[in-house]
Design a protein around this ligand. Structure first.
Ligand code: ATP
Length: 526
């Protein structure tokens, strides 16, 4: 985790920097906004910016946007200056940290804002075998393709491979190809020269150059547009890239890891993905089993998140009852570990006392479960209306994988697991959780969901008289709201590509509809 501090933080720069370093962050500093922009353009690399509230944060964030630099910005100022805090948040700062710096708040922000979360928890033989395979391939420079259903831990695995590689002390840089529109993705990956397009006021280095000597993760690669696939292939073959607007190729030394939750071979067969690129990237492939295929992991991962969210919410020890565990084991887990994590977060908030029983286990709707599995779903008046932790990067393990032993692969010099997004501030916007029912309105989508849920005549009857386009729009927008604006997750749930989803959203926006803002991890999609 790399932190860039901008300004003097009211004289607390040393104290804040020391706290961050203790939490495993690499800290750099610059006095001015121009200095920060220069550092970021030069791919000096930062995962988070902490900026003095006295500086012109609005101008800084506008510059980042127009130069297509995506990085969370946290404003810091003397705690009593509420007006400055409001100004900073309005300008686009993600959080406001009061000064003097508080160690726990800084740790929480480091973790939550940069979405660092760290351990690979597992005990199932299927997952242990996958980890052993990953550990074996890690030291080589071979490209790796990680496949697996949504939320199985592909990014976590990529970070694990990086940590185990000879490049461990060099940068690990991740790009979500699905979350960034095509025109931005090219500049994100390859950088641009000054004047290459409107807003390109200075040269900016792309992720390839930022990851030089290290590892570049191309997350959800299957969503990359064919034109960019060609440019990527050239970068891999020639080991050099062309910044947009430049005719001078730049040499790069990058180990590539790609992930996909689509069947890439099928995408190749259907002509959506280049075969030559597929073979270049798929030198080694690591397939992560779904949670359903590694049931022995469920209790351990559930306890892990129970502890994490109980600590994060200051709720003391919690433990699952046998009945609750049985319920978890019987669930279908379409959303895999991410769904289990969200379920445990809800369980922590819903349970009273130390024991977490079945009444606190609110599983996703029955629509997602296989026939015949009886389980609770979230009622429309559920008190659970907090945003839950989104997908996050991790700092994976240094510990060797022990065959057939329960394993928690801890972060290496990373951040503590005991700080969650809810531990340092109120949720913004009070939106419902990803699987909660809409807080207001959404009658059409509720009808559509009811119909899908039960297939009942009543559910279908509620739709009669409406056009398919209308029902589709409501379903898409409501699903997006449930996913807190996260395009990737919404597309997965809807069973459509992120590109189709984005096109639909653009259309709805053009028609004057209100479209939920992108989720935390998709800031570049705005
Ligand atoms: N074995 C595990 N132990 C602990 N946490 C895990 C494990 N696997 C996944 N997670 C957590 O689950 C969430 C989803 O993981 P991750 O983002 O790596 O999945 P993914 O397969 O890359 O998701 P997507 O398909 O949406 O890109 C993250 O919060 C991650 O930390």
């Amino acid at each position: 985790m790399r932190l860039l501090i901008v300004g003097t933080l009211e004289g607390y720069i040393t104290a804040a920097g020391k706290i961050a370093m203790k939490r495993g962050a690499k800290v750099s500093h610059t006095d001015s906004i121009e200095g920060a922009l220069t550092a970021l353009r030069a791919a000096a690399g930062a995962d988070l910016v902490m900026i003095d509230v006295k500086l012109d944060i609005a101008t800084f964030i506008d510059s980042l946007k127009s130069e297509r630099i995506t990085i969370p910005v946290v404003a810091c100022g003397i705690g009593t200056d509420a007006a400055a805090a409001v100004r900073a948040i309005r300008a686009g700062a993600k959080e406001y940290l009061p000064l003097p710096p508080n160690a726990e708040l800084i740790a929480a922000v480091l973790e939550a804002v940069a979405e660092e979360s760290h351990s690979i928890v597992c005990s199932d033989p299927a997952m242990l075998a996958t980890l052993r395979l990953a550990e074996q391939v890690a030291p080589s420079d071979a490209s790796v393709m990680i496949t697996g259903e949504s939320g199985t831990g592909k990014e976590l695995m990529a970070r694990f491979i990086h940590r185990k590689s000879r490049r461990a002390n060099e940068p690990f840089v991740a790009v979500n190809c699905a979350a960034i529109p095509e025109n931005l993705l090219e500049s994100e990956l390859f950088g641009h020269e000054k004047g290459a397009f409107t807003g390109a006021v200075a040269r900016r280095l792309g992720k390839f150059e930022e990851a030089n000597n290290g590892t570049l993760l191309l997350d959800e690669l299957s969503e990359m547009h064919p034109r960019l696939q060609a440019k990527l292939l050239r970068a891999i073959q020639e080991k050099e890239i062309d910044r947009i607007g430049s005719s001078q190729p730049v040499k790069v030394n990058v180990r590539l890891i790609a992930t996909s939750n689509r069947n890439l071979e099928a995408e190749v067969r259907s002509g959506n993905f280049r075969e030559d690129l597929y073979f270049r990237l798929n030198v080694f492939s690591v397939a992560i089993p779904s949670l359903r295929e590694r049931p022995a992991d469920i209790p351990m991962i559930a306890e892990h998140f129970l502890k994490k969210y109980a600590e994060a919410n200051g709720l003391g020890d919690k433990r699952l009852t046998e009945d609750a565990l049985l319920m978890l084991k019987a669930h279908h887990w379409r959303g895999n570990v991410r769904e289990l994590e969200n379920t445990m977060h809800r369980a922590v908030l819903l349970s009273r006392g130390e024991e977490v029983g079945p009444e606190a286990i609110m599983l996703t709707s029955k629509m997602l479960a296989p026939e015949g599995s009886a389980q609770a779903s979230i009622p429309s008046d559920s008190p659970v209306a907090n945003p839950f932790a989104g997908p996050g990067g991790t700092v994976p393990a240094a510990a060797p994988v022990q065959p057939a032993a329960p394993l928690v692969v801890p972060p290496q010099g990373g951040l503590p697991t005991s700080y969650g997004p809810t531990s340092y501030g109120p949720p913004k916007g009070g939106k419902p959780g990803p699987y909660g029912m809409p807080a207001n309105g959404g009658a059409a989508a509720a009808a559509a969901a009811a119909s899908a849920n039960s297939g009942s005549a009543a559910g279908l009857a509620a739709l009669i008289g409406r056009t398919v386009a209308d029902v589709e729009r409501d379903l898409i927008l409501e699903t997006l709201t449930h996913c807190l604006g996260n395009r990737t997750h919404a597309a997965n749930i809807l069973g459509i590509s992120i590109r189709t989803l984005r096109n639909k959203l653009k259309q709805y926006g053009d028609e004057g509809r209100s479209v939920p803002a992108p989720g935390n991890d998709e800031r570049a999609t705005a």
